[in-house]
Each structure stands twice: as C-alpha cells, then as structure tokens.
Design a protein around this ligand. Structure first.
Ligand code: DX5
Ligand code: ZN
Length: 219
C-alpha cells in the first residue's frame, strides 16, 4: 500500500453548507484540507480571505494546506500563519526572492511549499529543493476547479522526482487540478506523494467513499 496523502480542495464545495463539507472531510480518510486563495490578479478568479480561513481552522480536524494564487504573497505570510495555515504554498512566478520567502514561511512555523504553473520549468527549483517540504506541480492552469488534467505534467513530475532523488532530499511532490480515480495510479507510479482533489470529491454522490478510493489506490 502506498503512503500517499489526499488533500480535498473545497473550491467546488457548496459554500452555503461549508461546515458540512468540512465535517465530511474530518470524518474521511483525507490527510489535509486544501484551501485555494485567489486574488483576481495572479489568476483571473477570486476566492476568500482571512476571516473565512480562521473559521475553517476552528472546525477542521485536518491540517490546512493553503495554496496562494496571489501576487506579492510576501506581504501576507504572517497573516496566513495567524489565520491557521499549517502548510503554505507560494507560486514561484510571484516570488522574486524565493529563497527568502521559503525561509520566512518556515520561521513563521509553517511548512513551505512552492507551486509551478504548467509552463514553468522544474529545474528553476534546483537550488532551493532541499529547503522545501513540498513542490506543487499545477496540472491545470490555476484559476478554477473541474478543469482537464494537462498530460505534459507527467514529464515534469518524472523530472522533479529525479531531481529530488539526486539531491537526497525528502521533498514531497503534490499535484493539483484534474486529478481523480482515472489517473491517480499513473500519478503514483510517476512519483506523486500528495493529491489535491476538488471536483471529483465534491461532485460525488458519496464523497467519503470517493476519498477512501483515492486513499486506497495503489500503484
Ligand atoms: C485550481 C485550484 C485547485 C482546484 C482543483 O486553481 O488550485 O485546487 O480546486 O480542483 P479539481 O480537482 O476540481 O480540478
Ligand atoms: Zn489548489
């Protein structure tokens, strides 16, 4: 059995019944709760801010995996920590001083991760790989849930896995976008450790069972 992690994304949950969605995740075999933060600048869409993250934190029994799709994330790192982020992911495309940003996230008591858009080369992370707890390979263009998985992601995942092995680091590989029961085994074989899954879970008639199927998928 593989020891991969499942991180449900509430982006496509019913926000009029958000507490029920989080209770469902609490009762499930999921490992993390993934929150997508969008600012209408780095990505065309907007989501939610600190008061909602704090409220989610107060009821979530799973660690919060906060994915920042915002310009100038450095300005808000402390606020995300205060709001309850356990893992904090910034996009490489938004960080001119990425090394400093990563270390600041760790100093604030969170686990640092960096995300790459589909066109961004994984080799750009070579000199910071050992400083990271996780790398997020976007497998769709960020902005919305329920998009189609980009197949070229497999080549990137394999290249990143090779870099991690070569560096001797224990950095995890996460994927986000278009992930479900149809492709999780291929992604496991390519070396993915952490799976963000939104639409597949929240459009399911039986989300608990869907999470269980994803968690118990093996190579
Ligand atoms: C996309 C977000 C994702 C999204 C994934 O910009 O980062 O986390 O919710 O959703 P699905 O699984 O629906 O493709
Ligand atoms: Zn995300």
């Amino acid at each position: 059995m593989s020891r991969h992690l499942i991180a449900p994304s509430i982006l496509t949950a019913d926000f009029l019944h958000l507490a029920e969605a989080i209770q469902m995740v609490n009762q499930s075999e999921a490992d993390l709760l993934h929150l997508d933060i969008m600012d209408g600048h780095f990505v065309p869409n907007l989501t939610f801010g600190f008061p909602i993250i704090r409220q989610i934190k107060s009821v979530s029994e799973k660690p919060l995996d906060v994915h920042l799709m915002i310009t100038n994330p450095d300005r808000y790192l402390e606020d995300y920590g205060d709001a309850g982020a356990d893992w904090l992911t910034v996009h490489l495309e938004t960080c001119p001083h990425l090394h400093r940003t990563i270390h600041r996230i760790r100093d604030l008591g969170m686990k640092p991760a960096v995300s790459l858009n589909p066109h961004t080369d994984v080799t750009l992370l070579k000199y910071v790989l050992k400083d990271l707890d996780m790398v997020l390979i976007m497998t769709v263009d960020p902005g919305w849930g329920a998009q189609k998985f980009i197949d070229a992601s497999f080549e990137k995942i394999r290249a990143l896995k090779q870099m991690i092995n070569d560096s001797g680091s224990s950095t995890l590989i996460q994927v986000d976008g278009g992930v479900g029961e149809h492709n999780i085994r291929d992604l496991l074989r390519a070396g993915v450790d952490v799976f963000v899954v939104g639409n597949t879970i929240f459009s399911s008639d039986n989300p608990l069972q869907t999470i269980s199927n994803l968690k118990n998928a093996s190579k």
